[in-house]
Design a protein around this ligand. Sequence first.
Ligand code: SF4
Length: 342
Amino acid sequence: MTATPHFVPRQVLLEPDALGYPLGQELWDRFRAMGVPVAMLPPHRRIPVRRGLPARAAFLEAKRTLVVAVRRQLDFAGCRPSAHYQLPLASSCPGLCQYCYLFTTLGKRPYVRVYVNLEEILDRATALVDGRLPEETSFEGSATSDPVAIESYTGSLARAVEHFAGLPRASLRFATKYPPPRALLQARHRGRTRIRFSVNPPALVERFERGTPDLETRLRAARQAREAGYPIGFLVAPIMATEGWQDEYRQLIRSLAGSLGDHPGLTFELITHRFTARAKARIGELFPGAGLPMDEAEREFRWGQFGYGKYVYPGPLRREMGAVLEKAIAGSFPSATVLYTV
Ligand code: SF4
């Protein structure tokens, strides 16, 4: 846990019982040594809030606050279609991607939260795997966070990777925009964890993915993960039909190929941009005038599986987006697999 952190919180808040776990104690000591203000939450664990802050200021304050917590809810949520279960190691992340779906799921103050009762969480995962044997069970580590952004503090992913390497018929996957620290690269993974790097053309990264590493850094990280023997993949998301998108995405795939070259086992997941009415209102509040394309008149409304609707690109455009990318991928990465296009 000595790598350079991607994120230095402005303040750290600890739940009192987090100190009863080695990781809680370690984080307490580490942040105090770094000179970051560290405070203990009251026994009811409610986070004191400054009332009257404008929405964006409250949001940014939360994004710069690290909460060190004990995960009490050990019933893991499902994660279809990408995995059987979510693996809850953390929630939120320091990134400021304008389209992030966590804006509407983590409330007005999306504190960056890490869970210190890692062994209890992993024991629960083991029980779920055992309960499904001889079926394979998969876990998604990035359903509520980009866990790599805070990995240099917690080491939780490296621990989870080694745990899953030792379980029969179990696998872990997570997606990230951040470079894995050395300890994660060196974890004994036995090929049971897949790391997917989230990518987009540089112009979109610059405009809409503030607070995250640039494309070049992500590609370097992907090369390092592959050299460390991890199965890797790319999550091209969210694909946006902005001016000149066809050329920008073709160029993106050429950049990936130039950086990594083709190799068997590489996977792609292609996700076109979509938004809910609630997300649009929230994004307007947090990033006024930021220009994320969200004109309902240019979209098609679709009811989703969770009982609310989303605005997606119209079918013909969605199909064209998929076709342009799949063709570019087939040309540059003949051995790769496109897992899905949505
Ligand atoms: Fe959201 Fe991922 Fe961006 Fe973090 S890196 S803000 S989790 S989209």
